[in-house]
Design a binder for this molecule. Structure first.
Ligand code: AMO
Length: 437
């Protein structure tokens, strides 16, 4: 097959309309299904845009074409040249009467997983064969939507006047505190895979003011849950001259913009997944207020953390809402979050969490931009300020107050689409047990 010719002449199935009836077209894709009724043979051809029936009639078809229609295996890749014919019985109200069929790649049988719309293959097996699982229209729908989500995030941020940034993934010390770092050998030295671009986005915001990125992070946490990955992507934002309330507002609008774009662009994919979305509202509450709500609901919360159960309850009480919980106790927040005093002198922080559809999608806050305070906060958290010298020193020569947040891309995809496992929202998951494909 001349692939350049194919690219020039090929028509995507979803674009076939009345105007094509009676015309000769070239289509290419995968054999989704086939049926042999003796004198008539059908193939359902699927490309990335949709499906169409290809109908071969023994009495009028070329013999080699009619014979070939019987031998094609499911998921084989073919190019069909033929006439578009109006047909009330066919799913798209039209079918293609083939003049030639070329086999580009034969799919071996049996196919290891069911890729039909009615597939009951369990998630772990689907992930073992993710390349094949991506033949499924439902799987494709999820990742088409995720693509819109990333594109919408970029669009929103550019409209906000933010600059897109690319940060290093190999780092010399922790950026989030804690121990969940993957080690990497860096020549004679020990290095780590980045847990977050936190320190770099802060340094950059102190000159470029508004910065964003889509950044891959690695967390060596051993838990194996439906909402954690060991490698995930974050939508990060950082803004100078801003406190946590300024960036919570940006985050609320970003999520609204993203959901709206998905609703506009991905109507077909949302239909395929049987979903109706709503643009979320926003709600603000302090940590103390959230605790009061949970007391009434008899749900346990930690002294400086909300439990998964509490997040779930907030999702039930405020559906389709981004709930911002702010004014957290300082003890539960990372070293880089700015402290503040509560009304009764209690040690609070300028940190926040955003909860959407019952799960945390983001955390963030105002940062410590004062070197001496940063050293103090690092020590309190049991970290060695020497390991953070370059970071601390970056704030010595004119660094404005600044704030930001990070949203998990897969978490957000999972919650917008109501998926029951985060692995559904990542092409090739990395979790405690999975390193391939
Ligand atoms: P945090 O660690 O809370 O904050 O992460 C931000 C968001 O990223 C997602 N996320 C994860 N998703 C899947 N698997 C994981 N293991 C995982 N860990 C986090 C969640 C979470 O809300 N640097 C700060 C952000 C900031 O302050 O700017 C940070 O990384 O959706």
């Amino acid at each position: 097959m001349d692939l350049e010719k194919l690219n020039k002449e090929r028509i995507y199935i979803s674009s076939l309309t009345e105007k094509d009836d009676g015309k000769k077209v070239l289509v290419a894709g995968w054999v989704y299904d086939s049926r042999d009724l003796g004198k008539v043979r059908f193939i359902v051809l699927r490309d990335i845009s949709g499906e169409i029936q290809v109908t071969g009639i023994k009495s009028s078809a070329k013999e080699d074409v009619f014979n070939m229609m019987k031998s094609l295996t499911r998921e084989s890749v073919i190019v069909v040249s033929g006439m578009v014919k109006k047909s009330d019985k066919a799913p798209r109200k039209r079918e293609i009467i083939p003049e030639s069929i070329e086999l580009l790649a034969e799919a071996e049988q049996p196919i290891p997983i069911d890729v039909s719309d009615f597939s009951k293959t369990e998630l772990p097996k689907r992930l073992d064969y993710r390349f094949l699982d991506l033949h499924r229209r439902k799987t494709q729908a999820i990742f088409k939507i995720q693509s819109t989500l990333m594109q919408a995030y970029r669009e929103f941020m550019i409209k906000e006047g933010a600059v897109e940034a690319a940060f290093p993934s190999i780092i010399s010390s922790s950026s989030e505190g804690g121990t969940e770092l993957f080690e990497a050998k860096y020549f004679e030295r020990k290095a780590y895979l980045s847990q977050s671009c936190q320190l770099y986005k802060q340094m950059l915001a102190c000159s470029m003011e508004k910065v964003f990125t889509i950044f891959t992070v690695w967390r060596a946490e051993k838990h194996n849950t439906i909402r954690h990955l060991n490698e995930s992507r974050q939508l990060d934002y950082e803004q100078a001259f801003a406190n946590e309330f300024v960036v919570m507002d940006v985050l609320g609008r970003a999520v609204q913009y993203i959901v709206k774009k998905v609703m506009e662009i991905n109507k077909a994919e949302l239909d395929m997944l049987g979903l109706k979305l709503k643009v979320p509202g926003t709600k603000y509450m302090t940590f103390a207020e959230a605790v009061e709500v949970m007391k009434k609901e008899k749900i346990h919360v930690g002294k400086d953390d909300l439990s998964g159960e509490a997040e779930k309850k907030l999702g039930e009480l405020y559906p389709d809402t981004v709930v911002f919980v702010h004014d957290w106790p300082l003890s539960g927040r990372p070293f880089y979050i700015m402290p503040k005093k509560g009304k009764k002198g209690e040690e609070l922080s300028c940190g926040f969490d955003a909860i959407y559809q019952g799960m945390e999608i983001s955390s963030g806050g105002q940062r410590v931009h004062l070197p001496e305070l940063l050293i103090e906060r690092l020590k309190i958290k049991g970290l060695n300020p020497k390991d953070f010298k370059a970071y601390i020193d970056s704030f010595r020569y004119g660094s404005p107050p600044h704030s930001g947040w990070g949203v998990g891309l897969e978490r957000l995809t999972m919650l917008i689409l109501g998926l029951d496992n985060i692995r559904e929202a990542v092409l090739f998951p990395r979790d405690r047990d999975r390193l391939t494909p």
